[in-house]
Design a protein. Structure first.
Length: 295
């Protein structure tokens, strides 16, 4: 028995190491992409990003010092605070991402910008930056100390983390107008918006998943239609109306965004009076979510 337990523990440690290695590779790749977006597209065209990165770009412009130096120096205090207040895993992951980002950005300084068209720079720089940051976030890290500020402020304020980050970024992006001119500030907003949407795609995937809740007296017919016409598994839950006290059957399933219209039509055809609730899901794991073939 001790030998079996030892083998199991060894296997668990091996899997754990591989997971950390995979996370490290994703974070490193994301940091390299973010550095390419900054040094090859955005910075040469005086387009800034939000957060600490935007402040670093402005300081680099005024001092003519390397962007990578400011990226590391400005984020370091927030990493120390994050280590104490948020957790070691997040802080270590973020430290690794920012170190790779700063180092790569410094290496890319001699490389000339790929385009001098600010619109092209904003679009492609935003896409590449969003892809890089999205990979970092998906691996459990961060590339900017702004998130640490938002998490700490959120604990003692009524504002959400997203609202705090948005307020900080609007202030920083707006300041680009006074430094680089208002045309560049507007290009910066374009790049930020594109990066934001790209991050969303990378972290949630192209096929956004949604949870579906259906309450209907014709639940059996709807469940069979979901199974055979949509190809999705269905879970039957037992509920009770709070006002009437009547027993209710609740259908629950998970679909992709592309299947939403088909499911709405399916439910409406069977029971136009059915209660239907749809909500986005950030991630789905396990179970039998993978769609089965319909014959």
């Amino acid at each position: 028995m001790p030998e079996v337990r030892s083998d199991v523990e060894s296997e668990v440690r091996r899997v754990h190491r591989w997971k950390w290695l995979a996370r490290g590779c994703f974070m490193a790749l994301g940091a390299v992409l973010a550095a390419v977006a900054l040094e090859i597209f955005l910075v040469p065209n005086n387009i800034i990003d939000g957060g600490i990165t935007g402040i670093a770009i402005i300081l680099s412009h005024f001092t003519h010092m390397r962007l990578g130096l400011f990226l590391f120096a400005l984020n370091l205090p927030f990493l120390l605070v994050g280590y104490q207040q948020i957790g070691r895993t997040f802080a270590v992951s973020t430290f690794f991402s920012i170190t790779v980002l700063s180092f790569t950005a410094s290496l890319l300084v001699p490389v000339p910008g790929l385009t001098d068209d600010p619109l092209l720079a904003a679009v492609f720089g935003g896409i590449i930056l969003g892809a890089g940051v999205g990979l970092i976030i998906r691996a459990g890290g961060s590339s900017d100390g702004t998130e640490v500020i938002a998490i700490l402020v959120n604990r003692s304020s009524p504002w959400s983390i997203g609202q705090i980050v948005m307020f900080i970024n609007v202030f920083i992006l707006g300041s680009a107008g006074f430094v680089f001119g208002w045309n560049q500030a507007m290009y910066s907003l374009i790049a930020y918006f594109i990066a934001f949407k790209t991050i969303d795609i990378v972290t949630t995937g192209f096929e956004e998943t949604k949870s579906i809740w259906v309450i209907s007296d014709r639940y059996q017919e709807i469940a069979e239609a979901m199974l055979h016409r949509l190809g999705r598994g269905v879970t039957l839950l037992h509920g009770e109306g709070a006002f009437t006290g009547d027993n209710k059957k609740v259908l629950f399933t998970v679909i992709t965004r592309l299947e939403e219209a088909k499911l709405k039509s399916l439910v409406e055809d069977i029971d136009p009076d059915a209660f239907l609730a749809i909500a986005p899901i950030a991630e789905v794991r396990g179970g039998r979510f993978k769609k089965r073939n319909i014959h």
